[in-house]
Design a protein around this ligand. Structure first.
Ligand code: C2O
Ligand code: CU
Length: 483
């Protein structure tokens, strides 16, 4: 009578696989076999990297905000009709001190429903602005009060989460800067909201939103790029020796900007509103829709250059975004160091942890979406073979290390944004990533695979979608539950 184990061994032996069999039974690496232990270590390494709770100061900043039609002067020839917060583009630049409560009395004076989402701000779930998930859509003529205490100091922005492809392209967006004591040391603290528009010959915004061509490709790319609502004429006047803070936000529907600072001395301080672990050279950084980057700019005291150019070189383009003009008295360069976040974990051992969830992004012919003009069948974007409003929510473990693998099966770009959470890129196409910062949006290139690590600190149901708005409208949206 053979005990079953020996019977197995005999079989292996007879196949000539004895060594393999023995190695298998005596693991050589006996220290890290318990993956839950390794996960616990990753959580310990993360501890304190960003705050769990807001620290309310008791102060309230109350503002009123109206979504309505307006006109702006992008072109000399003629005004362009827009939809904007308070009728302007960009809408209000909201500034608030960390710890203060922001109370927004919002009224919808558009002819259609809307909501506001505060991109990157960790808000209570019911303030997050996604209809069907966080709140009901706000009807034309109706109002809503948004109220929260931001937990992080940094650069954020706000925009609708209803018919986003059209509402944002028409100009509905604004910035939120949450200030801390550090940023006061700069003599200038500037926000650049970078957008591109598809403008017709009559200087008006081209209709045909969400058309099959834009949907099937990398979304709606415009023919005019503006910074703060003006064509590449945004100028910063800096004195020799001066040091300024430039906060860049990509509010475009689909366009990616690859930043070039020319001969300027530039250092990245924050990405997506969160301080980085150590400053880095922002040249070449891909600012995808939704992304922010904060830049420390310094003009050398003895410079003989009078104009510096900041531009976009994505895909070989050369688009001027703005310029820095050196003028005025020489000033002594202030000496302070940014509050880099040395708590940001390296998470090097995360590669040993098993993936908790895989998201596969793809495109297919849509059976349920009507084709446009019968010319081309409608397409839809899918996440794991589901296209929103059909989706399968994923549960992320609160305060635990979660590893997610994102796979782009398509040839298009997808800036993937997760509401309410910040994550770190662990690897790209199997190669360990050197990024030493958190993000809320990561750009996936054609057929790329990205692994990310997240420790959720905020409970609720959070939207997770492509920030190419035409892709999101065509189904590329799902939900993450943290409980
Ligand atoms: Cu700017 Cu749902 O995001
Ligand atoms: Cu996409």
């Amino acid at each position: 009578m053979f005990p079953p184990l020996l019977a197995g061994a005999a079989l292996v032996m007879s196949l000539g696989l004895v060594r393999f069999s023995l190695d298998y039974q005596v693991p050589t690496n006996s220290t890290k076999t318990d993956l839950s232990e390794l996960r616990a270590e990753l959580v310990t390494e993360f501890h304190g990297a960003y705050s769990e709770e807001a620290q309310p100061s008791g102060q309230i900043k109350e503002i009123s905000l109206v979504a309505k039609e307006g006109e702006i002067q992008i072109f000399e020839e003629r005004k362009t009709k827009i939809w904007g917060y308070n009728g302007r583009v960009p809408g209000l630049e909201i500034r608030i001190k960390i710890g203060d409560k922001l109370k927004i009395n919002f009224s919808n004076q558009l002819s259609e429903e809307t909501t506001i989402h505060f991109h990157g701000v960790r808000v209570p779930n019911k303030m997050d602005g996604v209809p069907g998930l966080n709140q009901d859509p706000i009807a034309p003529g109706a109002s809503f009060v948004y109220e929260f205490v931001p937990k992080d100091a940094g650069t954020f922005w706000f925009h609708p989460h209803v018919n986003s492809s059209e509402q944002m392209e028409r100009g509905l967006y604004g910035s939120i800067v949450v200030e801390d004591d550090f940023t006061k040391q700069y003599s200038q603290d500037l926000v650049w909201m970078i957008d591109d528009w598809r403008i017709q010959e009559d200087y008006q915004i081209a209709p045909y939103f969400n058309n099959p061509h834009d949907t099937a490709h990398s979304g709606r790319w415009g023919n005019v790029i503006t910074v703060n609502g003006k064509i590449a004429s945004e100028q910063i006047i800096i004195q020799p020796g001066e040091r300024v803070l430039l906060r860049m936000i990509n509010s475009s529907n689909a366009r990616v900007y690859q930043l070039s600072f020319g001969k300027l001395k530039a250092q990245a301080l924050s990405v997506d509103g969160m301080y980085v672990k150590s400053g880095f050279d922002p040249n070449g950084f891909e600012l995808a829709p939704g992304n922010r980057i904060d830049i420390d700019l310094q003009i050398p005291l003895d410079t003989d250059i009078q104009e510096f150019f900041i531009s976009d070189n994505f895909n070989g383009a050369n688009n001027l975004l703005g310029k820095v003009v050196v003028s005025g008295e020489k000033v002594k360069t202030p000496d302070f160091s940014p509050p880099f976040n040395d708590q940001i974990p390296d998470w090097q051992e995360a590669s040993d942890v098993i993936t908790d969830k895989e998201y596969v992004f793809d495109i297919r012919m849509a059976e349920s979406r009507g084709g446009m003009m019968g010319m081309m069948g409608a397409l839809e974007w899918t996440i794991n073979d589901k296209s929103y409003p059909d989706y399968e929510p994923f549960e992320l473990k609160y305060k635990q290390f979660n590893k997610i693998k994102l796979t782009n099966k398509s040839y298009q770009l997808h800036p993937i944004h997760i509401h309410g959470l910040f994550f770190k890129v662990l690897s790209r196409n199997g190669k360990e990533s050197q990024e030493n910062f958190f993000r809320d949006t990561v750009l996936m290139h054609s057929q790329e695979t990205i692994e990310i690590g997240i420790i959720p600190l905020d409970k609720g149901s959070w939207a997770n979608h492509c920030h190419i708005l035409e892709h999101a409208e065509a189904g590329m949206l799902t939900v993450i539950n943290v409980n």
